[in-house]
Design a binder for this molecule. Sequence first.
Ligand SMILES: [Zn+2]
Ligand SMILES: [Zn+2]
Length: 186
Amino acid sequence: MSVDKVKCIKCGQEINRYDVICPNCNKVQGKSKVCPDCKGRILASEKVCPICGNKKFKKSKLIIVIIAVIIICLLLAVALQKVINNEEIISEKMNVDNEQAIVIKDVLEDVGITTINEIERDESLDDYYLNGGTDKGYRIAFRGHDTNSVPDTVIINITKDGKILVIKEPMGDVLYENDKVLNKIN
Ligand SMILES: [Zn+2]
Ligand SMILES: [Zn+2]
């Protein structure tokens, strides 16, 4: 047991180093914490418990750092998974190859859509220019919603070669047309 002596910050009386309160003048010596080993109340600034000699404070910090790193890695993995999922859902639901799916994904990102939740084929949207075209219409839902949520859905028409003709909000602005981003999702 280490019983170093220190001086009270108020009255100057010699007191035990682990005294959080001065026995002479009752002055609190600073912020305190409980030693996880001996459960003694000691000053928060102590790196080693002056009562029992516990040196575990640094180790617990290391554990917190390790846990934080693991959590960050998991979040990165989830984010990466989402990017991969976007391409997969585009290529699967819109019947395009991988390369076209990446182009569509990139253009969607350019208009402000980073996470796709649902893609739904909608034949009533086909032939966007009503000129007998063979382009196909789809509804793409994002921001965690399905295609029933109009503010969180865009309409996209692609040619049979997988090229984007237009992306528009169901009741609003054209976001992309003629290979150009015209507006972004709010
Ligand atoms: Zn004192
Ligand atoms: Zn202790």
